[in-house]
Design a protein around this ligand. Structure first.
Ligand SMILES: *Cc1c(COP(=O)(O)O)cnc(C)c1O
Length: 385
């Protein structure tokens, strides 16, 4: 039995292997392993791709978020509004600078933060809104930017899962004051290790973020702040420069994969498929279904995932516990039910295998396996889909 993994990076590597090997060999031969010329070249091309004037590359998406917050002088006593239904790094960065994450419930039809619920939690201490373009789907940025203008707040876009996604014709990461990207291997533009970037049109912010990423120094061995060591390795920059040239093609393939799933799942009444994006373009980092009839604790969803795994199709659950209910945030005092849509999503979501090279035959197998396993789980038919 052939196993279908949630993501397979090896097939893609084979298609660009000679270019990647040559680029890596060049860096190795140059001896410039840290801050070699390829790092600046890649940063420039990535900034151009996103459509931002400045791009600072760093060690991870988590660091990009941290550096953005630090450069904006957000810290102790400040609040940052974000989604509870995201990877921990989003809120972790807010906490790491000493600020407090304030969670807003999500829109059940998109899994992104519900922009109509932001205003109610804006207070005296609010400094920024951090929308997350989850699973590759752009947040509706219009209302976010309007609120930011009205309340003089900063908008930090978490674009880690959405490199190449668009809102109203604009790339994510170029809409708010700053965009934060991850080059973790499974992201849409992934390296062969960790990496990240921050994009902005604000020159001062860019210079400050760069200074903080280099041990708080602008001039070597002169330090004006306690910074961090957060760089993109020359080897990673060289690999990412090769891969950036293919990103649009790969994102288009992801769209084809998503379209095929949409068709194949047409008659599967137990699941709700992702909604088409009306104001932009998703880059489908994940194809995430909802099982609206799954009950608390997610036992039906977990059983389905387990049965599918046994049948050779590996699905993932992003995310089984929303951030406001994580042990690390118990001091914030959120209770189950406070953010009901995030709670429900956590026990109803299932992400199907998704990567640009996933072929039709494999997708047919995924959906057939899903159908077979659904009958064993005994979920009732969804009321809407
Ligand atoms: C992956 C991810 C990050 C963190 O990126 P790393 O490069 O792994 O540090 C931040 N936010 C979201 C939503 C992510 O998916």
């Amino acid at each position: 039995m052939s196993v279908i993994p949630p993501v397979d990076l090896t097939e893609q590597f084979r298609t660009i292997q000679s270019d990647v090997n040559a680029a890596v060999a060049e860096v190795l031969a140059s001896g410039q392993y840290i801050n070699g010329p390829i790092v600046e070249t890649f940063a420039q091309s990535f900034g151009d791709y996103v459509g931002s004037e400045h791009c600072i590359v760093c060690n991870s998406g988590t660091d990009a978020l941290y550096l953005a917050l630090r450069a904006l002088n957000i810290g102790s006593g400040d609040e940052v509004i974000t989604s509870p239904f995201t990877f921990i790094a989003t809120a972790e960065a807010i906490s790491a600078v000493g600020a407090k994450p304030v969670f807003v419930d999500i829109d059940p039809s998109t899994f992104n933060l519900d922009v109509t619920k932001i205003e109610a939690v804006i207070g005296d201490r609010t400094r920024a809104i951090m929308p997350v373009h989850l699973f590759g789907r752009p947040v509706d940025m219009g209302p976010v930017m309007d609120l930011a203008a009205r309340y003089e707040l900063i908008v930090i876009e978490d674009c880690a899962q959405a490199t190449g996604a668009e809102w109203m014709g604009q790339q994510v990461g170029s809409i708010g004051h700053v965009g934060c990207f991850s080059f973790f291997p499974t992201k849409n533009l992934g390296g062969c290790g960790d990496g990240g970037a921050l994009t902005t049109n604000d020159e001062t912010l860019a210079a400050t973020a760069r200074m903080l990423s280099e041990h708080g120094s602008r001039v070597k061995y002169h330090h004006e702040a306690i910074g961090v060591n957060s760089r993109l390795d020359s080897v990673q920059a060289a690999i990412l420069a090769v891969k950036l040239r293919h990103l649009d093609t790969w994102n288009q393939r992801r769209t084809q994969v998503a379209d095929r799933y949409h068709t194949l799942l047409d008659s599967v009444a137990e699941v709700v498929r992702p909604l088409p994006v009306t104001f932009g373009r998703s880059v489908w980092n994940q194809y995430t279904l909802r099982l609206p009839q799954a009950t608390a604790e997610g036992q039906e969803r977990n059983q389905l995932q387990q049965l599918m795994r046994e049948a050779g199709v590996i699905c993932m659950v992003y995310y089984p516990l929303p951030l406001h209910l994580q042990p690390v945030y118990s001091h914030l005092g959120y209770q189950p039910g406070d953010l009901p849509q995030a709670d429900a999503a956590a026990h109803q979501v299932l992400s199907l295998p998704m990567f640009p090279e996933l072929g039709e035959a494999a997708q047919v197998q995924v959906v057939q396996t899903l159908k077979d396993c659904l009958t064993k789980v005994g979920l009732k038919t969804a009321q809407y889909c």
